[in-house]
Design a protein around this ligand. Structure first.
Ligand SMILES: NC(=O)c1ccc[n+]([C@@H]2O[C@H](COP(=O)([O-])OP(=O)(O)OC[C@H]3O[C@@H](n4cnc5c(N)ncnc54)[C@H](OP(=O)(O)O)[C@@H]3O)[C@@H](O)[C@H]2O)c1
Length: 471
């Protein structure tokens, strides 16, 4: 590492978009305060972008399109990367670290895919690698895991770490809208991109889960290790069914240490309305941590946005700059535990299953027998006559009432016979593979006309009393 004389810390910025432009603003507006906190002024010495003409607010002499040249310049101490994506950023940051520059990045995709290579390059040169803004935007979460909880043992990290999907699910819950309508609204209000794939299919959350699991369990977890399901298949009926059970549906990133192994997964799940994560609505993010000694902790705030994310970036930049001034380096990533990753099939969860069945004697016994055959124990069963419920819902919606009655009249069930019924089953915890196999097998039963909905149910450290008192 090149130890600078510490009279000034020279910063190169890669990318000056939504977040980068706010970093430039804060660096300028708070220059004196930052210098006082660090013990040396921060000098912005270069800003790499693709299209310099689009950045009239940045002094022309700082702008460059030569990012590769900028990261190797002798007069750069810290590289702040706010470009995003894997290439060419991976090569740029590896070069910067190998050249002894500290790196601050908000790039979850890169950290989740190749954090190990970046950490190794940082170790080799003795430079810092900070990436607080890569998970949950403004919320301080990586530093608390890495530093504040360094003396504790983290058991589980469960987060709502994608604002777009949380906005969509919240809109579905509050208005009864279906997925397509809520996605359309999210796009109109600027919460969803024109191509929402990374958000709604869970890729973004899976990257964040990989980063959280790696730090929480001292094990290198990549995005490929994370089981991923998005929210496209969540229906208005699922949301209503959750409501009827005293639950709400959230897209969760769940990282757990179970029997000496790590489970990391992203999927929609019902959680009890009494759980702190259930009240996180709109585009907000929150991360709920359970630790052996600290107990339950929750971190809540804005998971995205220019100024919000820039706040986390500047926190990292101040830390990296202070280390330069003092001549040391910050805490390193440690993968010493090197725990195995549990396959999703072996991860224990609970299922909520809604089945359209023929309303005749013996059906319940047949269905229950099939669960037993697969070693899945049933916690609760409820049967509803769909025809009766459907007509009640129609009257209620005319009368402006909502609530639990929205759970019936499920999408697409209007054509079925008047004697049909819906069976709503909540299981005890069982291996995911056994639950999935049970649902598969159910579709082969004559009496089962269709599987109307399947969602995992997660207590997340709270008893699911509404569902039978089992946590
Ligand atoms: N936006 C958020 O709320 C948020 C929240 C948390 C984390 N993040 C992360 O922060 C990072 C930046 O996000 P953002 O929303 O600020 O992105 P953005 O608005 O799209 O800005 C990207 C910037 O990178 C520049 N750029 C693209 N390719 C480049 C290249 N090859 N060389 C040099 N510069 C290049 C672009 O230049 P031009 O402007 O000239 O095109 C632009 O200034 C991403 O990793 C993202 O995941 C963002």
């Amino acid at each position: 590492m090149t130890v600078h004389d510490a009279r000034r810390i020279r910063v190169a910025l890669l990318g000056c978009g939504v977040v980068g432009s706010q970093v430039v603003r804060l660096l300028t507006e708070q220059a004196d305060e930052l210098a006082a906190r660090i013990g040396a002024p921060l000098d912005l010495v270069g800003v790499a972008v693709r299209r310099p003409q689009r950045h009239p607010d940045v002094p022309t002499d700082l702008l460059t399109t030569d990012a590769a040249g900028l990261v190797t310049r002798d007069d750069v101490d810290v590289v702040v990367e706010l470009v995003g994506g894997i290439e060419p950023v991976r090569g740029l940051l590896l070069t910067a670290l190998k050249n002894g520059k500290s790196v601050v990045s908000a790039n979850k995709a890169l950290l989740a895919e190749d954090g190990a290579a970046l950490a190794a390059a940082a170790d080799e040169s003795g430079a810092d690698l900070y990436y607080e803004a890569s998970v949950a935007g403004a919320i301080p979460i990586l530093r608390p895991i890495q530093q504040s909880l360094a003396g504790d043992r983290i058991l589980r990290v469960a987060g709502i770490v994608n604002g777009t999907t949380n906005f969509i699910l919240s809109a579905m819950a509050s208005s009864g809208a279906n997925y397509a309508e809520a996605l359309e609204e999210a796009g109109r209000l600027g919460y969803a991109e024109a191509d929402p794939t990374a958000d709604v299919d869970g890729y973004d959350a899976a990257s964040k889960a990989a980063i959280l699991a790696s730090l929480a369990f001292h094990t290198r977890v990549t995005a490929d290790d994370v089981h991923r399901e998005g929210i496209r298949d969540v229906t208005a009926a699922d949301i209503a069914a959750a409501k009827a059970l005293g639950c709400t549906v959230k897209l969760l990133a769940i990282c757990e240490q179970v029997d000496g192994a790590v489970s990391a997964r992203v999927h929609p799940a019902m959680i009890p309305r009494s759980h702190p994560l259930a009240s996180v609505s709109g585009a907000y993010n929150a991360v709920f941590i359970e630790a052996a000694a600290a107990g339950q902790l929750m971190f809540y705030g804005q998971g995205a946005g220019g100024p919000e994310t820039a706040s986390a970036v500047l926190g990292d930049l101040v830390a990296a700059a202070r280390n330069r001034v003092i001549g040391g380096r910050g805490p390193r990533d440690s993968a010493h535990a090197d725990l195995p990753i549990v396959a999703m099939g072996d991860t224990r969860t609970r299922y909520h299953v809604a089945l359209d069945v023929a309303d005749r004697a013996g059906v319940l016994a047949q269905v229950a027998g099939l669960f037993a055959e697969h070693g899945v124990s049933i916690a609760t069963v409820r049967q509803e006559g769909r025809a009766a419920e459907r007509s009640r819902t129609t009257e209620d919606s005319r009368g402006g009432r909502g609530g639990e009655d929205e759970r019936v009249g499920d999408e697409g069930d209007g054509a079925r016979g008047s004697r049909d019924a819906t069976l709503v089953i909540v299981t005890h915890s069982a291996p995911d593979a056994a639950l999935a196999a049970t649902v598969d097998a159910l579709t082969g039963l004559d009496a089962v006309q269709g599987v109307a909905g399947v969602l995992r149910v997660e207590g997340l450290g709270r008893p699911v009393t509404e569902l039978g008192g089992v946590s």
